[in-house]
Design a protein around this ligand. Structure first.
Ligand code: 13P
Length: 284
């Protein structure tokens, strides 16, 4: 299938109260792992790329392997640019063929975030590209964006309603207490904020910081309106642990394809588990 944007898949997920897994891919092998897991489970899926990953490979190279793999898939696949602060990179991805982009102007004052997010919607909509925007500050490290705990703040529901009314994003990421990276303690999720924002805006919510959340947290967040569920750190760990783990147990072998296969299997196993847990299986 050709790549599609996130609109229809998130609308269906919100209505059916399940989550579409949004997985940060790093290379051809991880992209293939996401698509194969989604196909085997007959699930819609979102491939996300960090700004750093786009810069590392180049937008044209990256989009070419994604199109090749998604083109053969029988399930809906979207290609989404995760947390991007840079308007020129957003423009580049729009031109290269991304079907969805995230503008992350959450570190700016409210009015500036609003203006920049509106500008991205104006650029994306004529191309039928969907837009995710963020409000509040999600703690942790994603790409090269570091948000320290003392600098984090949750989204204000009143501002969130105004933000969504003015920006009209296709997907909204309010900070609700989840964090990127590995959780140091039990995360405190502001369910009341999520519930109020989801009910008042009716916009599909993106749940950031998926790695390490419990089944119960995923279940509650999805039931309250999180239609997109982001997973990145877990894939980074599987990428490295799968590779190194195989080599450590076969350290005289030096057969790169076997190591890549072990890495692929490790990533795919986690991704398939996520898709089932979020309720996306059978929803393609
Ligand atoms: P994790 O790295 O915690 O899985 O978060 C992913 C994410 O929210 C990407 O934007």
């Amino acid at each position: 299938m050709a790549l599609e944007n996130m609109r229809a898949m998130l609308a269906k997920a919100l209505a059916g109260r399940y989550g579409v897994g949004a997985f940060n891919v790093l290379d051809y092998n991880s992209t293939k792992a996401v698509i194969q897991a989604a196909e085997e489970l007959d699930a819609p899926v979102i491939l996300q790329t960090s700004a750093k990953t786009v810069t590392f490979w180049g937008s044209r190279t990256l989009v070419s392997w994604v199109r090749e793999l998604a083109g053969r898939a029988r399930v809906p696949v979207a290609l989404h640019l995760d947390h991007c602060k840079d308007l020129s990179l957003i423009q580049e991805c729009l031109e290269a063929g991304w079907t969805s982009v995230m503008i992350d102007a959450s570190a700016r004052p409210f009015e500036e975030n609003l203006a920049l997010s509106r500008q991205v919607v104006a650029l994306a909509r004529p191309r039928d590209v969907t837009v995710e925007a963020e409000l509040g500050a999600i703690v942790g490290v994603e790409d090269d964006l570091h948000v320290k705990e003392q600098d984090s703040h949750l989204a204000d529901p009143r501002q969130a309603v105004e933000f969504c009314a003015q920006v009209r994003p296709d997907c909204f990421a309010p900070a609700i207490g989840t964090a990127h990276g590995i959780y140091k303690g039990e995360p405190k999720i502001a369910y009341h904020i999520l519930e109020e924002v989801a009910n008042r805006t009716r916009v599909p919510i993106a749940l950031h910081g998926g790695t390490g959340l419990s089944d119960e947290v995923f279940g509650r967040c999805i039931a309250l309106g999180c239609a997109k569920v982001n997973i990145s750190t877990q894939i980074k760990y599987a990428f490295i642990d799968g590779f190194v783990g195989y080599h450590n147990t076969h350290n005289t072998q030096y057969d790169p394809l076997k190591v890549l296969q072990a890495q692929f299997d490790e990533m795919k196993k986690g991704i398939a588990g996520n898709i089932k847990l979020f309720g996306g299986a059978g929803k393609a």
